[in-house]
Design a protein around this ligand. Structure first.
Ligand SMILES: [Zn+2]
Ligand SMILES: [Zn+2]
Length: 145
């Protein structure tokens, strides 16, 4: 009995098929890990070419990338910048005149450009009140409608 016949008697065709399936499965995982690294590094603003080459090292490359990748997605970063700009804008001004679009501040009762009534004035303390407020938040006077 030579080695190959021992091999054949131990390894059944089912086992061989299973082995092939495992190899294909690992191969697919390997390909997915490369695609993931390239895509993810691109989304995070890293260099996808460099990381793509590193990820060619089976699994260790993708593992190294998952340890070293930038923590934030580029789109998240953009969103945060946008959020910040919006908040700054909100701080700078309260809104715009509904009629002419002129920037108006929180305490304005009237648009300085076109004279549109923007807010009601509290009859007691004189603060500017949003039209939908039912009570003055500054002096607790109910708003007469
Ligand atoms: Zn106006
Ligand atoms: Zn008031």
């Amino acid at each position: 009995m030579d080695f190959s016949s021992i091999f054949d008697s131990i390894i059944t065709p089912e086992m061989r098929m299973f082995g092939v399936a495992v190899v294909i499965f690992i191969g697919i995982l390997y390909l997915i890990s490369i695609i993931w690294v390239i895509r993810d590094s691109y989304l995070r603003g890293s260099n996808p070419v460099i990381w793509g080459v590193i990820s060619l090292v089976p699994f260790l490359g993708a593992f190294a990338y998952s340890m070293l990748r930038p923590p934030m997605l580029l789109s998240d970063r953009d969103e945060q910048d946008l959020d910040f700009t919006l908040k700054q804008r909100e701080l700078m001004k309260y809104g715009e005149c509904g009629k002419c679009g002129y920037p108006v501040e929180r305490e304005y009762l009237m648009c300085p450009r076109c004279g549109t009534q923007l807010k009601n004035e509290c009859s007691v303390c004189g603060h500017a009140l949003n039209p939908d407020w039912t009570v003055c938040p500054f002096c607790c006077t109910p708003v007469k409608r």
